[in-house]
Design a protein around this ligand. Structure first.
Ligand code: SF4
Ligand code: SF4
Length: 358
């Protein structure tokens, strides 16, 4: 197996390698046994993510300059990618275990859908970064470390994983998370240092506990070392300056407005086009209820923990509970399947309501 680093220049005499040519070339070289690559890119996409060693065991190492979008997208455990400078959108999209270090800023949607591995950004990251991060408990939690700040709408629908936003060099910003962060966040943790505002009300902001500090202490030195900023360790480890953001608990949610009430009384008025259209604010019943439903929900009491998540999330207020028995009112139910989707114990299942045509 060649030990030396394989160098690739993707622009020669004004001839630029396409993304496809570059990725195929990398694969050929991996098949010859190379595992270390040094690439002068020219905006090619997906570098590092779609490559893996032939034996699926060897670690791959990429040093990149001037990459295009989706550096390390879907990259596997054992891969390490270091970008010498900044990188555009989708860094580490759906990262599946790689370590990705960007020694500058990241464009929009960094760490979007990341499911494993570690992403280290030495600068700012753009809008919608960290959105849809998730954690499969069979694997280690994905981590996303940012030295400075994120753009707006970060961490939307985050379902798991850990993000750390250090807020360094952000003194002039009103919020190191931009505007409207954490909308729809249902899992994971965001550690943040510096001012934050306009965070969605589905999350709560708390002080750190001992476990949080232990995690940050263990990870911070490594992060700063990877981005060549070890001198900031003392400045960034004053834990009094840090907070954590987590989703509100189910208990807290159950005290809030049920989805059915929100849908009927608030959704359209406050909705995304509410300011721009003239509307009579009537919610039309387009999906059929009763016998017209395509699917109907069936409840099985086995495993039910009486958490009321189904009841609180039914958009038609069709579910009721009496003595821990849950029923769906067929005249209200529209067969949307939300009860099946939200129940943590798989008590609801949707069955076909199609009639045999004789
Ligand atoms: S399918 Fe479930 S969530 Fe949807 S309307 Fe019927 S009972 Fe409610
Ligand atoms: S969501 Fe599932 S477990 Fe919770 S009350 Fe409803 S049926 Fe029971």
């Amino acid at each position: 197996m060649p030990k030396e680093t394989f160098k690739i220049k993707t622009l020669t005499d004004n001839n630029r390698m396409s993304t496809q040519e570059l990725l195929q070339f990398i694969t050929e070289k991996i098949n010859e046994g190379y595992i270390n690559f040094d690439i002068d890119a020219c905006g090619q996409h997906n570098i590092g993510g779609s490559s893996w060693a032939k034996d699926r065991e060897s670690k791959l190492f990429f040093t990149l300059r001037n990459p295009g979008q989706r550096v390390g997208a879907m990259a596997l455990k054992g891969t390490k990618i270091v970008v010498e400078g900044s990188a555009p959108a989708d860094v580490g999209w759906l990262n599946s275990g790689a370590t990705i270090v960007v020694k500058g800023d990241c464009g929009d949607t960094a760490a979007h859908c990341a499911a494993g591995g570690k992403i280290y950004a030495a600068g700012r990251v753009g809008t919608r970064s960290g959105a849809l991060m998730k954690h499969d408990p069979k694997f280690d939690s994905p981590e996303f470390w940012v030295l400075k700040n994120t753009g707006s709408f970060g961490f939307e629908f985050m379902g798991g994983g850990i993000a750390v936003v250090c807020g360094w060099d952000c003194d002039s910003l009103p919020s190191v998370l931009g505007s409207r962060s954490c909308v729809g966040m249902v899992g994971g943790i965001i550690y943040v240092r510096g001012p934050i505002q306009d965070v969605a009300d589905c999350v709560e902001i708390k002080s750190l506990d001992g476990q949080d500090i232990e995690f940050l202490e263990n990870g911070m030195a490594k992060f700063l070392q990877e981005i060549d900023k070890s001198e900031l360790l003392a400045e960034l480890t004053n834990w009094q300056e840090w907070k954590k953001i987590i989703p509100v608990s189910q208990d807290e949610k159950s005290k809030r407005m049920p989805v059915s009430e929100f849908r009927k009384n608030h959704w359209i008025k406050g909705g995304i086009f509410g300011d721009f259209i003239h509307d009579d604010f009537v919610v039309y019943k387009l999906p059929a209820s009763g016998e017209g439903r395509v699917h109907i929900p069936v409840w099985n009491k086995e495993n039910c923990v009486n958490c009321k998540i189904c009841l609180n999330n039914c958009p038609e207020n069709a579910i009721s509970e009496e003595e821990k028995i849950y029923t769906s009112d067929s005249e209200k139910c529209i067969g949307c399947g939300i009860c099946e989707a939200v129940c943590p114990k798989q008590c609801w299942s949707m069955t076909s309501n199609r009639k045999e045509i004789s």
